[in-house]
Ligand binder design. Sequence first.
Ligand code: NGQ
Ligand code: ZN
Length: 460
Amino acid sequence: MTVSASHLLSTPALWRDGAMAGPATVAIDATGTISAITPGLHPDATPAGGLVVPGMANLHSHAFQRAMAGLAERAGPEGDSFWSWREVMYRFLARLRPEDVQAITAQLGVELLRNGYTTLGEFHYLHCDPSGHCYADPAELAHRVVAGAQQAGIALTLLPVLYQTAQFGGVPPTEGQRRFILSTDTFARVVEELITTYHQNPNIALGLAPHSLRAVPPAALAEVVALAHQLGNLPLHIHAAEQPKEVADCIAWSGERPVEWLLNHIGLSERWCLIHATHMTAAETQRLATSGAVAGLCPTTEANLGDGLFPLLPYLAAGGRFGIGSDSNVGTSPVEELRWLEYTRRLEQQGRNLVETTPGASTGAALFRQALAGGAQALGRPIGALEPGLRADLVVLDPDHPALTHRPGNLAIDSWVFSGSATPVRHVMVGGRWVIRDGRHADEETIAAGFRRALDHVTG
Ligand code: NGQ
Ligand code: ZN
């Protein structure tokens, strides 16, 4: 049920300036942009049906991995690690067809929306057919990702990925990586085609993503950076320093650690998003924080893969910015990611309320506010707050849900983040259009049936 947006929406409580505030009326124009916010309940407005907060940005995802969640939770004869998980993942994608990529992305989109994400940042590196050849249209699978996101109605920042080598120093890709490989020229053509096709669609934006320093040699990396600049300062995303082995290999190759190498040779700025950046020295942490770049943290995946702990507290103390991503999609809820960010610190420090230490201030609101801002920056979109001029991407929380009952102000956010596993998300709007009503997506049965068909093929 794609109910068209009310032009005036009233709510007893609205997220404003990084905190829950009192009653307000939100005006939304025909383009799906917020045109005004006024205090109080306007008599002509339609009640939103709950507490209104901005939709969250999911700044890092590999959508197809949603279909293998739970399939890699058994150790092999030699134990298990990030690297053996990666082999399982490579085997899984051997059978994926274009229609499967679309169906899985649509299913993921519905789940993300229902939990309160409104934008998907898709780090898209599956480009080629199973034999490693380009499809007739080398952008085929990118178009499938877009089609899946559009079926779900989630906004998308598509991040086409350049992937060329297996290891630092230009090591040729392995068999398992053959579906990822594009020449720099073909990559540029794919990007151009995506811009031509989607530039007028307000729900779709573009960024560029050199996969990692392992997968992109310096000369090709420089070309991607130049292309992003030429196309109007597109966001740039890269995986960095997720595993200790990657750090050791980078030092063996260059004498520098991955984040250090990027800081020294590329120069990081507001348009960069470093995914994971788990293993940094104190000096790298400080330098990344002051660069203005966003750290793309994916706590549930980082825990699932045994990556390590991002140095969040020193990074925040130095003014660092972060956003959250669902990455391998073992988790699809923004509050689960935020909760893990704080909980891992509590376990490590044996203390409480560590991300926000101002006496009396809300930890949930601090996490929510920073992830909104970092996500908006990293995905290059007018989102992350409810303000005139920004997109009407918003989430209505049910104030009568048991997790939120009698939770005025930021207590609602604290309770959602730390105890809202049964989601209190009631309605979700993307670009002025309702996509979730009463917890349901109008096409959820059709989309789930498509997902089952894809899994019949891929795992059958
Ligand atoms: C990915 N995922 O690209 O899907 C990676 C694994 C790699 C995460 N790093 C592959 N979580 O980094 O080589
Ligand atoms: Zn990733």
